[in-house]
Write a new protein. Structure first.
Length: 152
């Protein structure tokens, strides 16, 4: 019995040392509320490498039926996301909570911050992320990431 206790304590300490500063993200696409004032919120890096505090996942790629880029304002490209019925209900719940800013996370990096808005179609399943890509090449590269996930 005495020899088992030190081994158990060693394994317990070893398991506790495995945490990291940033959260690992397994989903290709997530929408999360921005939580700047919450010290316990998950921290994800943005495209510049700065850490951003984000809340729990509201929308992930399993709640997305389809998505595509379309031309937006000032030569940028907007991401149009069509949600499942359950995804649309979760998005409407986010709007009711009046979350001021949400972030779009792609493969574990924060790509965009935007203000959640009412869906653009009557069924409530289409949301727009404005100005996600600045060039057609960037939009095509992001579209390939999304398409690759869909075929896996």
């Amino acid at each position: 019995m005495r020899s088992v206790l030190p081994i158990f304590l060693f394994l317990a300490v070893l398991a506790g040392c495995g945490s990291t500063q940033t959260s690992r993200v397994r989903d290709i696409l997530q929408i999360r509320p921005l939580e700047e004032d919450d010290p316990l919120a998950a921290r994800l890096a943005d495209r510049k490498g700065d850490l951003v505090r984000v809340g729990d996942v509201v929308i992930n790629d399993y709640l997305v039926q389809s998505l595509f880029f379309k031309p937006g304002e000032n030569g940028t490209f907007d991401l149009s996301i069509f949600l499942t019925d359950y995804g649309a209900a979760k998005w409407k719940n986010l709007l009711v909570r009046r979350v001021p800013t949400v972030v779009l996370v792609i493969e574990g990096k924060v790509y965009a911050r935007f203000t959640p808005a009412q869906p653009v179609n009557k069924s409530g399943t289409n949301i727009i992320v404005p100005g996600l890509a600045s060039t057609q090449e960037e939009a095509d590269a992001l579209q390939k990431i999304f398409d690759r996930k869909r075929t896996e």
